[in-house]
Ligand binder design. Structure first.
Ligand code: C2E
Ligand code: MG
Ligand code: MG
Ligand code: MG
Length: 282
């Protein structure tokens, strides 16, 4: 009897696994067709100085609305795209669209604006990645100093020498490098200290708990101190409340990105957001 019951459980278990695998395969083929039929698009989230709300940058974020109009979050589909290699063409496309859009923002007179583009560790390791970046910059006519590449610590877990030299190549183009979700990865400080970086992005999890959690506050404080010691720029991710802003500013962090200032916006909305603020300023 017990045996039979267990067999039943094993069956349910493997059915579940199969359903999950099917769901992943479906999502991947949906993503592939969304990509080829140009149904992916980018949203842009403002990055601002907390003292006076000045726009200093934008982060490009990939968006996928499926055939039924529902939104699928990148945290779900990016890992699949990475496993399948689809992230490479998609990532190239993101870079190109973001730079095209940046060109339009610059042409409209928003000269303080840098564009940050998320790059998967998979794409970063592809041979020819640096050449692709250089090509996109020259084709879109965007000066390299306006482009920032965001990488997570996962880029640094193996083959550090190759990563370091690739980062140096990007920086000699004039592109800057930000380390995303800082504080959540597995890389050690001894590896991190060798990476040529320009900026640390303090992960949203620490910002979220700034008021309620002493540990999160201590970690955020440490990251700010570490960044400053290393001569890096700092930005806080996921800022939602005035309290968080006050705490961050008291720590010496000047720049933020989060729903408090703006959600990620499509280009047309962003132009309106920019114009409304210019009117406020005059
Ligand atoms: P990320 O690069 O850390 O991006 C920041 C995420 O935080 C975005 O989620 C953004 O919408 C969200 N966010 C910003 N401010 C707030 C806030 O105040 N509160 C809350 N709750 N969330 C906030 P999103 O767009 O869902 O992207 C999730 C992740 O997917 C990104 O995290 C990034 O790792 C990845 N991703 C997005 N676009 C791309 C892309 O084009 N290429 C690659 N390789 N990865 C991407
Ligand atoms: Mg990012
Ligand atoms: Mg992040
Ligand atoms: Mg993230």
């Amino acid at each position: 009897q017990a045996k039979l019951e267990n067999r039943g459980k094993a069956l349910v278990f493997s059915e579940n696994l199969r359903t999950q695998a099917d769901a992943r395969i479906n999502m991947l083929s949906g993503l592939r067709s969304a990509f080829t039929s140009q149904r992916l698009f980018l949203a842009y989230q403002p990055q601002v100085t907390m003292s006076d709300g000045r726009l200093v940058g934008l982060e490009a974020l990939l968006r996928w609305r499926d055939a039924h109009g529902s939104f699928i979050p990148p945290d779900q589909f990016i890992p699949l795209a990475e496993k399948s290699g689809l992230i490479n063409p998609i990532g190239d496309w993101v870079l190109r669209v973001a730079c095209d859009q940046l060109r339009a923002f610059l042409d409209a007179g928003h000269h303080q604006t840098r564009m940050a583009v998320n790059v998967s560790h998979v794409q970063f390791r592809e041979p020819g990645f640096v050449e692709t970046v250089a090509e996109v910059l020259s084709e879109t006519g965007v000066p390299a100093k306006y482009l920032e590449i965001e990488l997570t610590e996962s880029v640094a877990v193996e083959n550090t020498d190759m990563i370091v030299s690739r980062l140096q190549d990007l920086r000699s183009l004039g592109v800057s490098i930000a380390l995303d979700d800082f504080g959540t990865g597995y890389s050690s400080l001894s590896v991190l200290k060798d990476l040529p970086l320009d900026k640390l992005k303090i992960d949203r999890s620490f910002i979220r708990d700034l008021h309620s959690h002493e540990t999160a506050t201590n970690v955020a404080d440490l990251i700010v101190a570490f960044g400053k010691k290393m001569g890096l720029e700092l930005i806080a991710e996921g800022v939602e409340t005035p309290d968080q802003i006050e705490i961050l500013r008291s720590m010496g962090c000047e720049v933020a990105q989060g729903f408090y200032y703006s959600r990620p916006l499509e280009a047309a909305q962003l132009f309106k957001w920019l114009e409304a603020r210019q009117e406020d300023a005059t």
